[in-house]
Design a protein around this ligand. Sequence first.
Ligand SMILES: N=c1c2ncn([C@@H]3O[C@H](COP(=O)(O)OP(=O)(O)OP(=O)(O)O)[C@@H](O)[C@H]3O)c2ncn1[C@@H]1O[C@H](COP(=O)(O)O)[C@@H](O)[C@H]1O
Length: 106
Amino acid sequence: MSDVLQQLAQVLEQRKLQTADQSYVASLYAKGLDHILKKIGEEATETVIAAKDGDKDKIVYETADLWFHCMVMLAHQELGPEHVINELQRRFGLSGLQEKAQRDAS
Ligand SMILES: N=c1c2ncn([C@@H]3O[C@H](COP(=O)(O)OP(=O)(O)OP(=O)(O)O)[C@@H](O)[C@H]3O)c2ncn1[C@@H]1O[C@H](COP(=O)(O)O)[C@@H](O)[C@H]1O
């Protein structure tokens, strides 16, 4: 897993001990899950708009915002990026069409 994801996950855990005026992440935790989910929705929309505009710098910037807020959501739910990476690793090499056919059959 990327070092920066692991390092960021550690910072997000440490921020659980801070107050909202000390840290943006702590302020997100203080506002609660619904606010974090709203931020994910906003960042997802901004990512879609950037992609529709074809602005590569903006796509990267907005995707980073989206990933960051998803990381905050995972931390809030006592999960980390390793759980998502493990799921992607589990799926690796398994055709999306094959996986869907298996799901539809069960
Ligand atoms: N990667 C990020 C990161 N990406 C985006 N953001 C913040 O996410 C917010 C993006 O939301 P918007 O664009 O909607 O800006 P906004 O209007 O200010 O946000 P709202 O007040 O509406 O929530 C901005 O305030 C950004 O600064 C981030 N804030 C923090 N981090 C990482 O988290 C660490 C801990 O941050 P603090 O908790 O603030 O110390 C930092 O060292 C960084 O590594």
